[in-house]
Design a protein around this ligand. Structure first.
Ligand SMILES: [Zn+2]
Ligand SMILES: [Zn+2]
Ligand SMILES: [Zn+2]
Length: 1281
């Protein structure tokens, strides 16, 4: 049933002829031999009604490749569309009714009789009245296509037509998505309607695409222009704005050009992608009286009706009075003032603030009758003489207001029952209104006669769950029918292929909701059918994606421990898939799992738009065979060699050509299960590539296959391998006999001879370490001799590297079962009884303490992490003082009970453990308890890179301890680990202010210490490695509550200098650790002279002075660009822009001056920043100049560890190692199983903007010859010798 290569297709595709390269859904005869869906029935079974939905313009091949961005770009589809019922709601609020309005001259308009409302005035008419013509009155309606909305007291311009020519676009129009194919549109006059189409009905209905503000209303056939009075008001506003811009002289603000003003109102364009129909709609064009006042007056009258009228009649009467006043002014030339306190005025309307506002809007100013007296107040009718510009404008405005108030009044009256007006005798108005709804709904194809309503299953009525589904499909629930849903879905997929999964998801959700709400199965049959058809075409939803990702092992608590996101690349997915397949071969429900894996790969290949993954899916997928079944299919035994398999396969295919697919699948499965490059190569090319191993050059380093969760371990193991002396020390331990080792128990005295990491080690630890090194040696052997391109570290090796002995012991102690050996071996012989938990935790603050105060700097995934355990100190009981802020001063212990085995520091010295990470983040929460970790992690407690590194180094050192030769006294550099990785530094704790003087009670503390890492805090941009190190070597710490200067100098340098870039930073605001992606510039060489204890004091002083200024300068830059509320300049610019452009809020305080001030501030900040940056650059140059001749301690970059990912807690790790000693300009990139050669430019690249950046750099002393990168066994050389 499941046949991936050949998914069921719409048969219609087969008989579609192809003049347009398109696919029709169901068409008339003439386009193919089949008609009316008969052909389809064969494919889909008789019940499928979905194939009968008419829809054209589809292209099967294009839909198949919806995920391919390049293909999509070629097709230029217009994006999501909407069906007519939703368009009708988009044109204007569906709760509002739009009306056609026409106006004619009122009867008796030429009569000169005096108005009844103008009593009490003796003023006589002084000007000659010019009554408006019938034409003038007709044009009081803004446009032939303007429709009145009572709820807005405004107008909406609507027009629709079927035309092969689109209206001219506005100058400013810049479509955000392509316009529908015009050629296709021209072929069909309208999707809706009968018998008009040359080829019959091609589409179920229209599919409209919106283009916002696309058409200039002034360029319509009947242009729409704002009236002079409106223009004047708009112009006034614009002029005011322009003047203000000139005043501020800010050139960054776009001053409206004269041409811009030529553009009129911009209309939204809705174009059907299938036919010539389009539709235009404007925003609401507001009426003369703001709708707020209109509503207020009506409300006021409803709640305070006149005594002699019903509430409704009172409203009517008030509006009619306004109409009368307007008519008298416009048509009768009534020019007398209206005393607002007059009895008639009072009884008809009353005098309220709203009335006052309305008359102000109408241009009737309020004036006292007699200028010298306050009362009585009167309304002064405006001048409307058409011979003056002002009069002409006012005349237009009053006429418009009159039409609007009339329309409003009539609609109000129509909307109430006639009895609600009592016996009130309404005035006859010369304006008529008529609902336009049916007309425009028919025009755009949304009329109920065109699209039936009321077919939504009852269970779905009022189901808000589906709102996103309806909206996404571009339809409304009320217009639901299976056909329409089918059409909407197919049309969206056709026009917006990129979002195919979203649309499929909608379909899926609709079906789910139908099921859960109990829609009878008969009513959802069609949807179900469509869903199945689409599923069989490989369509998937976001839910399917989630499931697929989980099957492949994605998810933080899943096998891969990584979420599927943009960071995950093809390679990674492919590997996860192959691993999944391998696992499935041992699973009981392996077949089902393989099916899921194939489906998941298909989904991910589409999600990632990856041709490579899709190819893998197409070529490598089997039919769900297990390896056993595969061998059976080819009738060979499992032991048969690759070359024999190829021969067998070739014959089998010749014998039974019909079985080729099956055979091929079988061989594919075998190739994967054997991990055979040769078979893969054969499957890919059809040619036996021979022994593939030969293709991987013998002198290439080998890769390491990844083991589950071991992310960074491979980088470390490869790193260790490149270090010649380490490799040579470890290799001989490949052949360790553990039997004898366990028997050969060391005496307690033996154990007291050595300290590793400042403490004694246990028998158990020694045994464990030997096991580790034994495994490591075996791995090294494989890396040297293996002929295959990548080898796999053992589980044991990974476990021993990732889990510290302390973890292991703790876990054992927590567990109920006690390892028998634990009792005897886990004892810390020399310190008497088993240490308390506290002590042990403190010892394991950094799980492996190589040397007190040196390796102890704590660490985290990519750098330092402060533990809840507090700072490490050597023996709790000897701590004499514990300063604040992790600054611990400890008297060097006289090694409590051990005699004379003091550490490498003199007994009189002060032990200092400083916290080098500044600013110091609060402690992170303790790790999750083991129980939780257990289920999700392969090795229980997961350590971070540097802990793991420390653990490995500890074990190497411990395993190499020599208990029989007494050479291993405490002299530092006896062990290979100490010799290679450890240097000596001197720390001085001095007063912050030099003038504090040496006599201060705070004497200068000084001591020497070993170190294996230098730390560079990575949090800010624009720093190079010297800058970072400077902060390490000269820092300010808090000691005994006082700030002190911590100066560090280097006394002795190790051959390998490991510099850790501490990318894990702590965000105080969010209380979250995050990864800093800042770029730290580094080069191939670094000179450490300036940090040496022996550096010239006067240069140091000079450098320090410059550094202080530079730091201050950088602090200021930081404050402006990255500190709290930063960056300032863009923020200020944004605020100014926002305030200037927004008009939703009325902010009294915000005037143009205020905005100008903000802008000036922005410029100021930008200027300061520029200045500071220039200054910082100059100081940096000065600083480098001080040291330019100090080049006697050159170190060369040899290894770079990269973490790629946005989060500090997971990601992908890889590693670069320089090809030493042979080709120093060439580098190897170790990416798990792949090792490739890359140019040095890749290693040194500026990583700004990337999430892949170094977390550790290793430099080696020039000419120290400690790194031999490749070290491969060379048989040729052997023969030569
Ligand atoms: Zn409205
Ligand atoms: Zn259409
Ligand atoms: Zn469309």
């Amino acid at each position: 049933m499941h046949d991936d290569r050949n998914p069921p297709r719409y048969t219609i595709n087969d008989n579609w002829p192809d003049a347009f390269g398109t696919m029709h859904w169901d068409t008339t005869p003439g386009w193919g031999e089949s008609s009316s869906g008969k052909g389809d029935v064969n494919a889909w079974g008789a019940s499928s009604a979905t194939n009968k939905v008419e829809i054209d313009g589809r292209n099967f091949e294009e839909e198949e490749n919806w995920w391919d961005a390049a293909r999509r770009a070629e097709c230029k589809r217009p994006g999501p569309g909407v069906l007519p019922p939703l368009l009708s709601e988009l044109l204007h609020n569906p709760e509002h009714t739009l009306y056609s309005v026409s106006a004619s001259l009122p009867k008796h308009s030429h009569s000169n009789s005096t108005s009844s409302t103008s009593s009490g005035s003796s003023q006589s008419q002084s000007t000659i009245h010019h009554p408006p013509s019938a034409e003038e009155v007709r044009k009081a309606v803004p446009h032939a296509n303007a429709y009145y909305c009572k709820e807005h007291n405004g107008w909406v311009l609507l027009s629709w037509c079927s035309s092969t020519v689109l209206p001219p676009f506005a100058r400013s129009f810049n479509p955000s998505s392509p316009l529908p194919d015009q050629a296709r549109r021209k072929r069909t006059q309208s999707c809706v309607g009968e018998g008009e189409q040359p080829f019959g009905q091609a589409n179920k209905t229209h599919h409209f695409h919106k283009y916002e503000r696309a058409v200039d209303a002034r360029m319509l056939n009947t242009p729409f222009k704002r009236s002079e009075w409106e223009e004047e008001e708009l112009l006034k506003r614009r002029r005011r704005k322009m003047t203000l811009h000139e005043e501020t002289m800010d050139t960054s603000v776009k001053v409206p050009q004269v041409e811009d003003e030529v553009e009129g109102d911009l209309l939204d364009l809705y174009v059907c992608c299938q036919c010539s129909v389009y539709c235009l709609a404007s925003q609401v064009i507001p009426g003369v009286i703001p709708v707020k006042y209109v509503e207020d007056l009506t409300k006021d009258k409803l709640s305070h009706p006149s005594l002699d009228k019903t509430a409704h009649a009172s409203v009517l009467s008030a509006w009619e009075t306004i109409i009368t006043i307007l008519q008298n002014r416009i048509f009768k030339g009534e020019n007398r003032v209206l005393p607002v306190t007059g009895a008639k005025f009072q009884s008809k309307i009353g005098w309220t603030p709203v009335i006052r506002q309305i008359f102000e809007q109408l241009g009737f100013p309020l004036r006292p009758l007699v200028p010298s007296e306050e009362q009585p107040q009167t309304l002064q009718p405006p001048e409307i003489d058409p011979s003056t510009p002002a009069g002409r404008r006012m005349r237009g405005k009053l006429l418009r207001a009159w039409v609007e108030v009339c329309a409003y009044t009539i609609i109000f009256q129509k909307s109430k029952s006639s009895t609600s007006f009592g016996n009130y005798d309404a005035q006859k108005l010369s304006v008529t209104v008529e609902s336009a709804r049916e007309m425009y709904q028919t025009g755009i194809g949304a009329h109920v006669n065109q699209i039936p309503r009321g077919l939504l299953p009852d269970n779905l009525l009022g189901c808000t769950d589906l709102n996103d589904v309806w909206e996404g499909l571009g339809m409304t629930p009320s217009s639901y029918s299976h056909d329409l849903v089918t059409f909407a879905y197919l049309a969206q997929c056709r026009c917006d292929p990129a979002n195919t999964p979203t649309y499929f998801g909608h379909l899926h959700k609709l079906h789910e909701v139908m099921k859960t709400t109990g829609v009878p199965s008969s009513a959802r049959e069609e949807i179900e059918m469509l869903l199945l058809q689409e599923k069989s075409r490989g369509r998937w939803s976001k839910e399917d994606l989630k499931r697929g990702a989980a099957v492949l092992g994605f998810g933080l608590d899943n096998a891969l421990g990584v979420d599927l996101d943009d960071e995950v690349d093809e390679e990674f997915i492919l590997r996860a898939w192959k691993d999944g397949l391998k696992r499935s071969w041992t699973m009981e429900d392996g077949n089902e799992r393989r099916m899921q894996l194939y489906d998941a790969l298909k989904i991910l290949s589409e999600l990632k738009s990856s041709k490579r993954l899709l190819d893998a899916w197409t070529h490598e997928k089997g039919s769900g065979m297990s390896p056993d079944a595969a061998y059976l299919a080819l009738q060979v035994s499992k032991e048969v060699e690759d070359d024999m398999l190829i021969t067998v396969y070739t014959f089998a295919v010749q014998d039974q050509p019909s079985q080729i697919e099956k055979m091929r699948n079988a061989l594919t499965v075998i190739a994967e299960s054997r991990d055979s490059q040769r078979l893969r190569g054969f499957l890919e090319t059809g040619v036996d590539p021979g022994d593939v191993v030969q293709q991987v050059k013998m002198d290439m380093p080998r890769g390491l296959n990844q083991l589950g969760n071991t992310c960074y371990l491979n980088s470390l193991l490869q790193y260790f391998y490149t270090i010649k002396d380490l490799r040579e020390a470890v290799t001989p331990l490949a052949a360790t006999d553990f039997k004898t080792l366990e028997e050969k128990k060391l005496s307690d005295d033996d154990l007291k001879r050595h300290r590793v990491g400042g403490r004694l080690v246990t028998r158990r630890e020694i045994l464990r370490s030997k096991k580790f090194v034994n495994q490591l040696a075996e791995l090294f052997w494989n890396l040297e001799y293996s002929e295959i391109p990548a080898v796999t570290p053992t589980m044991d090796l990974a476990k021993l590297a990732l889990v510290t002995s302390q973890d292991e012991e703790e876990d054992d102690q927590c567990g109920t079962a006690t390892d028998a050996s634990n009792d005897t071996d886990a004892t810390l012989v020399d310190d008497g009884p088993l240490p308390s938990r506290t002590q042990e935790r403190s010892n394991s603050a950094s799980p492996v303490v190589m040397s007190p105060g040196s390796m102890s700097d704590g660490s985290s995934v990519l750098g330092k992490r402060t533990r809840t355990d507090g700072p490490m100190d050597v023996d709790m009981d000897s701590a004499v003082d514990k300063g604040k802020d992790s600054y611990v001063v400890v008297e060097k212990p006289e090694a409590s009970s051990s005699k004379g085995k003091a550490g490498h520091s003199g007994s009189a010295e002060v032990e200092m453990v400083e916290d080098v990470s500044k600013p110091q983040p609060p402690a992170l929460p303790p790790r999750k308890p083991r129980e939780v970790d257990d289920s999700v992690m392969m090795f229980g407690r997961q350590h971070d890179v540097s802990e793991c590194m420390d653990n490995c180094m500890f074990q190497i050192e411990t395993a190499l301890l020599d208990f029989h030769e007494m050479a291993g006294t405490e002299d530092d550099k006896t062990s290979v680990v100490k010799r290679l990785f450890y240097g000596k530094k001197r720390q001085r704790l001095a007063p912050l202010d030099a003038s504090e003087g040496a006599v201060s009670r705070y004497s200068v503390h000084e001591k020497e210490d070993l170190f294996s890492h230098l730390h560079v805090n990575v949090s800010e941009e624009g720093y190079d490695l010297y800058d970072g190190l400077s902060r390490y070597f000269d820092d300010v710490v808090e000691f005994e509550g006082v700030k002190r200067r911590m100066e560090v100098t280097l006394v002795d340098l190790p051959p390998l200098l490991q510099i850790q870039l501490q990318r894990v930073q702590f965000d105080r605001e969010t209380q979250q650790a995050y990864k800093s992606q800042a770029y730290v510039k580094f080069g191939e060489t670094i000179y450490l002279d300036r940090f040496m204890d022996t550096a010239a004091p006067e240069k140091k002083a000079r450098a320090k002075a410059i550094q202080t200024r530079l730091n201050a300068c950088r602090d200021r830059i930081y404050k402006l660009t990255q500190g709290k509320h930063a960056p300032f300049a863009p923020a200020l610019g944004g605020v100014a822009d926002f305030l200037e452009k927004q008009d939703a809020l009325r902010l009294e305080e915000v005037d143009d001056d205020f905005i100008a001030v903000i802008k000036a501030e922005k410029d100021h900040v930008s200027a300061v920043l520029e200045q500071e940056r220039a200054e910082a650059g100059k100081l940096k140059e000065e600083l480098e100049a001080v040291w330019k001749d100090d080049v006697s301690s050159p170190y060369e970059l040899t290894s770079v560890f990269i973490h790629r990912g946005a989060s500090p807690s997971w990601g992908h790790y890889f590693f670069y190692s320089r090809h030493l000693p042979d080709k120093p300009d060439s580098w190897f990139k170790y990416n798990d199983s792949d090792v490739s050669i890359v140019p040095k430019e890749e290693v040194l690249a500026d990583t700004t903007g990337s999430t892949a950046n170094p977390y550790m750099l290793v430099f080696t002393r020039k000419d120290s010859d400690v790194v031999h990168t490749v070290h491969r066994f060379d048989a040729d050389q052997l023969q030569d010798a």
